[in-house]
Write a protein that binds this ligand. Structure first.
Ligand code: HEM
Length: 402
């Protein structure tokens, strides 16, 4: 197959359902290929790492949007998204990211562990009630969608009474990551406006009554009176935390469980501790990456044998890099004991996922609790994959627990 045939196949329902044989074909063509003038696709693990760590490759920011989509300012979602650290380069990115990192600390994440365990157990209790008689339980809806959104709400400091209803709004907004149809814009814009209004109100309440939560800490930073973090930057990046950390972690939980359903020995090994939960999570991230790709704007340089020009769109295929046979022995085998390097599922360099530790803790808590609680956990019917390509996961993963 040549590159065009491979990418045509990746766009079909079969290719989306299982891109991995096509990634294997891509690896045979080299680390990177030029798909069309101005479009470079990168599948090699080392090349992906090098690009993400090279400040010459920039994320698509306001300037690029002006060029690609001049009408963007009419859309609240893009106005907000241009403040997201995901879409910032250079000093502005470094300034906001370091202020966020100061509040989103390892300590805060570690302290969330008992609350995550409690929330996971509550969801498992509800699953137990529903599935006690042997009827099917829907893991995605009953667990994987609920745990991450509840955890992020807890982290940010969104009161429990307000959380109901966040999931559909966050989900609507998350569609901006895979934006390919102008018809979705009204719903995405409405979600952006709603979340902005909500965070504006919550910030007002927390300013007069600070709590031990991330929003109060960020407000303290922004109110430090030296203008380091504007209100808009603060509010918009809270929205980013909500949407960036929600479906991604949902998909880690679903994709990991899918491995356990197909190869039950891994569920048993996580349950009895012979495979440490952290090693299972790391291999699940590699094996079926919840985020399959990200992109950068290129500059005059070379990736392997491929020439890159200023302004080229360079797509790094994270899900393919994780199966690069040059890096991973038997890349299509699920092997939690492997020591041939970490996956690129959280990106790398300046934009490395700020929530990676949180996602790892969530997976590390959820999987052992799930398989210890339900030793008879098994598939109940065909899983339904999401049609999305960038965010890879399931819509439905029915299981029986008794
Ligand atoms: C398994 C779960 C997750 C995966 C696979 C994932 C993946 C990624 C990737 C690949 C990037 C880099 C994008 C790029 O370089 O263009 C990223 C960035 C980011 N992630 Fe995550 N993520 C996950 C969970 C989370 C969580 C739980 C949060 C927050 C609560 C979060 C917040 C962010 C933010 C704010 C960025 C932007 C960082 C920056 O641009 O400096 N993510 N994530």
């Amino acid at each position: 197959m040549d590159a065009v045939e491979i990418f045509t196949a990746l766009g079909t329902p079969e290719g989306r359902a299982n891109p991995y044989p096509l990634y294997a074909d891509l690896h045979e063509l080299g680390e990177a290929i030029t798909l069309a003038p101005g479009a470079v696709m990168v599948a090699g693990y080392d090349a992906i790492n090098a690009i993400l760590r090279d400040p010459g490759f920039r994320v698509s920011d306001e300037d690029r949007f002006d060029h690609d989509f001049p009408g963007w300012r009419a859309n609240p979602v893009f106005v907000q998204a241009m403040d997201w650290i995901l879409n910032l380069n250079g000093p502005k990115h470094a300034r906001i990211r370091s202020l966020m990192a100061r509040t989103f600390t390892a300590r805060r994440v570690a302290e969330l562990a008992p609350a995550i365990a409690r929330m996971a157990d509550e969801l498992l209790d509800a699953m137990a009630d529903r599935g006690a008689d042997g009827s099917a339980v829907e893991f995605m809806h009953d667990f994987a969608y609920l745990l991450p959104v509840t955890v992020i709400c807890e982290l940010i400091g969104i009161p429990e009474a307000d959380r109901e209803g966040f999931r559909p709004v966050a989900r609507d907004l998350a569609r901006v990551f895979e934006f390919d149809d102008i018809a979705h814009l009204p719903a995405i814009n409405a979600a952006a406006v709603e979340l902005h209004a909500y965070f504006t109100g919550l910030a007002t309440r927390r300013r007069s009554d600070p709590h031990d939560d991330l929003i109060s800490d960020l407000l303290a930073v922004s109110d430090a009176a030296d203008g380091r973090l504007s209100d808009a930057e603060l509010l918009n990046n809270l929205t980013l935390l909500l949407v960036a950390g929600f479906e991604t972690t949902t998909n880690l939980l679903g994709n990991g469980l899918h491995v356990m359903l197909e190869q039950p020995e891994f569920g048993a090994a996580v349950a009895d501790g012979s495979v440490p939960a952290a090693a299972f999570v790391e291999e699940a991230l590699r094996f079926d990456s919840p985020v399959q790709l990200t992109s950068r704007i290129g500059y005059e340089t070379k990736i392997g044998e491929v020439m890159v020009s200023d302004g080229d769109m360079v797509t790094t295929l994270l899900g393919a890099g994780n199966r690069d046979p040059r890096r991973f022995a038997d890349p299509d085998v699920f092997r939690p004991s492997r020591s041939d390097g970490g996956p690129v599922s959280f990106g790398g360099g300046a934009h490395f996922c700020i929530g990676a530790a949180l996602a790892r803790i969530e997976g590390g808590i959820a999987f052992p609790r799930l398989v210890r609680r339900f030793p008879k956990l098994s598939a109940a019917g065909e899983p339904v994959r999401r049609e999305t390509f960038l965010l890879r996961g399931f819509d439905e993963l029915p299981v029986t627990i008794a």
